[in-house]
Ligand binder design. Sequence first.
Ligand SMILES: C[S@@+](CC[C@H](N)C(=O)[O-])C[C@H]1O[C@@H](n2cnc3c(N)ncnc32)[C@H](O)[C@@H]1O
Length: 373
Amino acid sequence: MSYSFFATAAKGTEPALRDELREIRVPGVRADRGGVHFSGELRDAYRVCLWSRVAIRVLLRMGEIHAPDGDALYEGVQTFPWDEHIDATRTLSVSAHARDSALTHTNFIAQRTKDAIVDQIRTRVGARPSVDREDADIQIFVHVLRDRASVYLDLVGESLHRRGYRAESREAPLKENLAAAMVRLSGWDRRKPFADPMCGSGTIAIEAAMYAAGIAPALARARFGFERWASFDDAARAHIADLRSEARARAEAPTKMPDIFAADIDPRSVALTTKNAQTAGVKLTTAVQSVFELGPVDPPGFIVTNPPYGVRISGGENFEEMLADLFSSLHGHTVSVLCATPDLENAMRARPTRRQPLFNGDIECRLINWLIP
Ligand SMILES: C[S@@+](CC[C@H](N)C(=O)[O-])C[C@H]1O[C@@H](n2cnc3c(N)ncnc32)[C@H](O)[C@@H]1O
């Protein structure tokens, strides 16, 4: 049976997710705003849940309906085959978003959707699932845009960016899925030396190392949302168990790893990076040092980093100008920096090879790549 899915992504990371889903070899991959569509069987989506580093959620699309009012929404939602995934013993919760539509009250949209689902199941089997707002077996999302309601089931449960290796955070950590997207968007080939000289809690370097080592990003997760669905039968259980043991074998297989270097001026950040890398099961070369001690490596490698914003260095010259001097001297290296201001780009002596708008939380940034001549 073939379904439509939508994998959600942080704004700007859609091209990275599209390329990743093609590599995961799922059919019908098509990038859109906020994520990437794909199609296939449930087991294709299970693979995405286990292997996508860039996706935030993976949603099964139940369908789309014209919903100018609550009754049309109710009737439309009732046409979907809910009993395939939900039975009367499960709990569910519905959350809704609406934009540019006659239906504006998200609580009302969620309520009508929930009523349509539980009424359908009650009519068919004489009992209804109950609602659990805290920890439902099945999470349903409704997005109403210009009076069209798209209805989804969430396969993931806890957001996929939570890999489980980050115990605590220091200053402004990047979300894991954004760091993984930066690694991809830098164009790194997983072989050349890799460095993050301002590593904070180490997210970028750890994501690079997990990618190079072939460690499935969700391998440490105890269970996915879909494992609580009615459609999660013995065959599905056996399938995800196989996918997990394949992933475990791949993570344990010896891999020729490139050198992955993570440094920070703050010793507590470096200690945290080391601890997080250990939890993630990867080895990094670390150092407590200033970024200005970074030199070229042979063969030339990739520098992917997320500098602090708005730092002033005593002596008048600003941090970005000093960084531009350093990076512009690393001949043959690829430098990829998450920039919140144009200062670094203006001071660089090379032209960017790519500029990708990205959002770090609410802060609009650009990931800018330079191949230093
Ligand atoms: C925005 S944070 C990086 C966050 C990181 N990407 C993460 O996910 O945790 C910037 C880091 O740059 C470090 N830093 C500031 N000045 C530095 C310098 N001159 N040399 C090296 N690191 C520096 C800070 O200690 C901080 O950890």
